[in-house]
Design a protein around this ligand. Sequence first.
Ligand SMILES: Cc1ncc(C[n+]2csc(CCOP(=O)(O)OP(=O)(O)O)c2C)c(N)n1
Ligand SMILES: [Mg+2]
Length: 665
Amino acid sequence: MESHLPPPEQARTRRLANAIRALSLDAVEQAKSGHPGLPLGMADAATVLFGHFLKFDPANPQWPDRDRFVLSAGHGSMLLYSLLYLTGYAGPTLDDIKHFRQVGSPCAGHPEHGHLPGIETTTGPLGQGIANAVGMALAERLLNARFGDDLVSHKTYVIASDGDLMEGISHEAISLAGHLKLGNLIVLYDDNHISIDGPTSLSDSTNSIERFEAAGWKTDMCDGHSATEVHRALSAAQNSDKPVMIKCKTIIGFGMPTRAGTQKAHSDAPGAEEVAGAKKALDLPAAAFTLNDGVLEEWRTLGKRGKQAYDNWTGRKNRSARAREFDATIACEISAALGPAIAELKQKLAAEKPKAGTRRTSERVLEVVNGLLKTTVGGSADLTPSNNTKTKNIDDIKPGEFAGRYVRYGIREHGMAAAMNGMALHGGIIPYGGTFLVFSDYMRPSIRLAALMGVRVIFVMTHDSIGVGEDGPTHQPVEHLAALRAIPNLTVIRPADAVETAEAWEIALNNDKGPTLLAFSRQDVPTLRTDHTSDNLVRRGAYEIAASPGAKVTILASGSEVDLAMQAREIMQAEGVAVRVVSMPCWKLFEQQSETYREKTLGPGTAKVAVEAAVREGWDRYIGAHGRFVGMHGFGASGPYKDVYKHFALTPEVVADAVRASLKD
Ligand SMILES: Cc1ncc(C[n+]2csc(CCOP(=O)(O)OP(=O)(O)O)c2C)c(N)n1
Ligand SMILES: [Mg+2]
């Protein structure tokens, strides 16, 4: 939103900015904890951004066409809380700010998405915010390509710190944004030359201007304390065909008498004397949480700048023939046709009985999904032919061309995951993206944040075990399932066959409360579910896939090892021993079932054997201390996958031995 106000008069901006400084100083001092340095250093630049450029309406914080503002350096949270309060959002209240960093206050230590409207994403782990912003900016372009300028035309602004730009993820984010020519992305870099240990010269000598330019960005520089200069730079950034980085030279902790410009300003309560000194220097009232007369009113007036634009936009949307489609898209409504389409595919798969890696069936499911839903946007971190994530009915997104629905993320797993989070947060897009399960480690911080924020992102992780084969232990996940299952609110599903794969996708697409991680096999697996049920059995997390009246033993397994369990069962049945098999594609969903269902499914009174080509961690919960586990006890090995399974004693015969042994216990 270009400024319709004249360029800011320096003294007025400083007076407004000092209100941010007052609140930030008082909140940190009161909490005896927090980070005053960034809010004090970036207050002037943020005032120009919010007062003249950012398109927002505090009365309508969910306005789909608002500009997004991401405080990537989440430790500076008081900057954001101050801005939201001053511009007139319903929250935080002044009382919330007085309870900064206290349990129950929405003003948490770092900005938590969902605690307050206006917190576009959870930040704190440095580098994540700027990478989320790339996804938000991309989402905007994709929806603009679909709905046009009238309905979708906004920018994503980021404040990023030295730490954000030192983190490796920023490299992935910056180079992806530059490549895609995301001209609607504007980063204000808080170039204060200070991090926790001291001057950034201790650990970094990057020329950030050259770095961004090399990645295809437009760059600019300004004095971050000069309202006129910041205004000029933001004006010049408005109509760019490349993302823009504005290096704002600032003084950390601006105004603090002894701490400004030093690492002491970064964090911690400055103490009464320092606060008093800062307030004197900044011409602020001495009393805590008190602003100069008229400043709050002036801020509130600025907060109403966007109302007209909101009303105009609402008018355009209501007049649009596509209003309903737009609303359904932004809400990512799942078409009522999806359920029947998945059921139909399941029926077909049950009859056809493909013997294929679940990654391949996943592509078949996606073909149906991408044909039915317009909101899915796929991608892979340079493993498209292996992850089977690109279907024929969607096209590539290209630099400056956003009609497609498939992102070539390049070899940027972490950047991909964070960008997917940003797309989901933006609204209107259900992102899914692939890599090998073993490289979930490269994405874990973003997977964790997706789970913490509760956003609908689908991680497609193929090559999910030693079944990878020849590529060997570097490429064979063993501890990953356990580690991922430990992330709260992450739904990890490892389907056993084609039918479970279709069911897993249905669950993932309908899960709007958090991310879903789908673990797919590289190697072929037979179709085990050959009797069609319209019921989605994976939804229960675990279910009896093979019954045996009078069974003495229950074999629990997931993914490709359910077939092993079934073969072991055959061996035992031939010996006259009744064995039942339970497929456990998703522990999280199983835990949500009734106690009765869980007990019945686990087979009360039966001995337990678990089979999974992964480490044992977690299985004890289901098999008990005396249960037997057939799986991995260390890293894998390179070789044809069937040989590797034999080498690690993951065979039907060994499972049958475990069953026999368990009968003797
Ligand atoms: C991934 C990650 N590592 C470490 C930290 C801890 N930490 C918080 S701020 C910070 C660096 C501070 O420097 P800068 O980013 O320049 O912020 P400034 O001090 O200028 O506000 C660090 C290391 C973190 N939040 N995230
Ligand atoms: Mg810094």
